[in-house]
Design a protein around this ligand. Structure first.
Ligand code: WTA
Length: 658
């Protein structure tokens, strides 16, 4: 395990306690926190069942809390029925129908507000439109859209009628979209003509057409939202404008009551093999997790304005934009564009203009904005902010302290939230009115979450300075149910390591003297670039699909802003490129961008005649990682089939093409 990581975080000993003002108003104080923890420890499933009864509105109440008969395929609240959009919209109409649910700002600055009543009406209208297209209970609907209110409307319209949505991040390219649609067997694709990002149009419809060309035979209909107004090609037999789809549709649509275990959505995430995993989430358990964690961790009050900057294409945008905050009746800010458009003050201007009080973003954004200097945020009124959050990767103490001092004015607690696409909701995080924070630590597991750190044999690691596998020892309601179409892979991937006893997150972590958790990073071959998981295998497959590439290996290299950058070793067909290396580098970078999306483009490419392999042909990635980092190789290289290759790999690296 990477001992250097352990060393570097251990130097951090500062502690920050929430202010008396914050504590006085916090929704969860010490007494309530202790009560929650005690109840969870005494009666794990009863604890969650009590919350499910208190927090969710059930059409048919459940009698079964947890069904373990198929463990580790755990099921929660199995005989209950409910509807998720009902729980996020209808329940608010009487008390806060006119309250703003969504404040949307487009990249060009236009602002649109939707009250809960308006959002409810739009969701119903679009749900009726989907029904008119033959979409019903259990059908899959792919969503490939910019970050505009209609993406949230589309998601809730799906769940209102029992359809299962699968959002594909708008920054992904056509082949990535195609693979995901094919895996889900979606009947309908919802997209837009395009979206705005950094002053440019992202051509979503064109990418969708490319994805569907000669593939995705399950798709019967493509619904296209007009966003940019730029001309796009429409296929009359297949494509339908959003505005035409909803024309004449009623603003009322009775919710379809589904079983608690009915899949709410599929969301693809990278694994250590080439094929992305379709994470399947439930309706009842997932919504409960999203709702209570939003309440506990973000301490939302009726007058808060909450902004989570994540795109809805990632899980953070599912749980902490589209579901949790709406279930709580919060006012949610949605911003379409880039954090630095037209300049590096955009996020802070948004906070000022919309009077944001709770702000949740990723370390990569914090580091990028920190680089621009304190004067940029200094030009805006950030005095409304009262709570800050971080998610996606470990936040380095320097960025944490800057976030606290410059953005939070020294008064806002920071919640560093650890979780995953698979966990559905935050599992480890401070409760802001209770737990003192330490820069770089996600602190303690939430009530009802039995997280632990174990060694190879599955024994708890108690030595505060030793790392181990981060595991969860008891099922929790928001956990993934399976991998779509591949339950074996679900069982092996997440439960196999310790004989089905523990959920294995795939992260390594250690605990300090106070029992605080410090996440050290991924154990498998998954990179974390700008807070997003990228499978090294996926990038490698993209590279070797280029006609000039024979073999490729990808590793992560620490990066100041992005957390990790993508470092690729490439073996060409025929001769190693000489003079034309930089041309080929930019060609390969663009190629990967086309296959997977810009986020996966290698930052560095090094050409070689071969890769270091064991005698059984396995690529020694650990060596490649050391070389990428410019470290001395201390590992035993005697098992290498071709040790001489190391000298060549260590050779001077030409910079990656622009
Ligand atoms: C990493 C994002 C440290 C971790 C919600 C995890 C973190 C992976 C944190 C999941 C954090 C997420 N501190 N590491 N606060 N939050 N991670 O599925 O490696 O995109 O396993 O979900 O991100 O990434 P995913």
């Amino acid at each position: 395990m990477a001992s250097q990581n352990i060393e570097s975080v251990l130097h951090e000993e500062r502690t920050f306690r929430p202010s008396a003002d914050f504590v006085a108003r916090a929704r969860i104080g010490t007494a309530r926190f202790d009560e929650l923890r005690r109840h969870a420890a005494e009666d794990h499933s009863g604890f969650w069942a009590r919350l499910a009864r208190e927090e969710l509105s059930w059409h048919t109440p459940f009698t079964v809390s947890l069904d373990e008969s198929d463990a580790p395929n755990y099921r929660w609240f199995t005989d209950g029925r409910l509807n998720v959009s009902y729980n996020c919209l209808d329940v608010h109409l009487a008390k806060r129908g006119e309250k703003t649910a969504i404040v949307f700002e487009g990249e060009s600055g236009e602002v649109r507000r939707l009250s809960y009543r308006e959002l409810h009406a739009e969701v119903c209208r679009f749900a009726n439109a989907l029904k008119a297209q033959g979409v019903g209970h259990g059908d899959r609907v792919a969503i490939y859209m910019p970050l505009v209110p209609e993406i949230v409307i589309a998601m809730h319209a799906c769940n209102r009628i029992g359809a299962i949505h699968s959002v594909v991040f708008g920054g992904f390219s056509a082949p990535a979209l195609r693979d995901r649609i094919e895996d889900t067997g979606a009947k309908v694709l919802i997209t837009a003509d395009g979206g705005w990002r950094a002053g440019q149009v992202i051509e979503l419809k064109a990418a969708a057409d490319k994805a569907l060309a000669g593939a995705c035979s399950s798709i019967e209909r493509v619904i296209v939202l007009k966003r940019t107004g730029r001309p796009v090609a429409m296929q009359p037999a297949r494509d339908l404008w959003w505005e035409d789809a909803v024309a004449g549709c009623s603003r009322e649509c009775a919710p379809v009551w589904v079983e608690a275990e009915h899949p709410l959505f599929l969301l693809y995430t990278s694994g250590s093999t080439g094929k992305p995993k379709g994470i399947q989430h439930s309706s009842g358990g997932y919504l409960l997790g999203a709702k209570v964690t939003t309440q506990w961790v973000f301490d939302l009050h009726e007058d808060d304005v909450y902004w989570c900057t994540a795109d809805v294409g990632w899980v953070t945008g599912h749980s902490y934009v589209a579901y949790g905050p709406l279930a709580l009746g919060a006012t949610v800010v949605l911003y379409e564009g880039s954090p630095t458009f037209p300049d590096g003050g955009r996020f802070w201007k948004l906070c000022q203009d919309h009077r944001v009080s709770v702000f949740y973003t990723a370390p990569t954004a914090i580091r990028a904005l920190m680089k621009l200097g304190d004067e940029v945020p200094g030009g805006y009124d950030l005095s409304r902010l009262r709570l800050l959050g971080s998610v996606g990767e470990p936040i380095n103490p320097e960025a944490w302290v800057w976030y606290h001092r410059v953005i939070g004015g020294g008064r806002c607690p920071i919640v560093d939230t650890w979780w995953q696409t698979e966990t559905g909701a935050i599992l480890i995080s401070p409760l802001p009115g209770v737990v003192a924070t330490k820069p770089g630590s996600c602190t303690l597991p939430l009530p009802g979450i039995e997280a632990d750190i174990v060694d190879e044999r599955g024994e708890s690691v108690t030595d505060p300075h030793t790392g181990g596998y981060l595991v969860v020892k008891k099922p929790w309601p928001a956990m993934l149910r399976t991998l779509w179409g591949d339950n074996d892979r679900y069982r092996v991937n997440y439960w196999g390591k310790f004989d089905d006893r523990y959920y294995v997150a795939g992260d390594s972590a250690h605990r300090d003297e106070d029992g605080y958790f410090w996440i050290m990073g991924r154990i498998d071959d998954v990179l974390n670039v700008s807070g997003h998981r990228l499978g090294t295998m996926e990038i490698e497959s993209a590279l070797v699909s280029h006609p000039r590439v024979a073999e490729a290996a990808v590793v992560g290299k620490p990066h100041d802003i992005k957390g990790e950058s993508v470092f690729a070793y490439v073996v060409c067909r025929g001769n190693r490129p000489g003079g034309d290396a930089s041309a080929l580098m930019s060609e390969l970078r663009d190629w990967v961008g086309e296959q997977l999306g810009a986020i996966a483009k290698p930052d560095h490419i090094r050409f070689a005649d071969n890769l270091p392999k064991t005698r059984s042909g396995k690529i020694m990635r650990r060596l490649l990682r050391s070389i990428a980092r410019g470290e001395d190789i201390t590992q035993d290289v005697s098992t290498l089939e071709n040790p001489a290759i190391l000298d060549q790999l260590r050779g001077v690296e030409a910079p990656a093409g622009a």
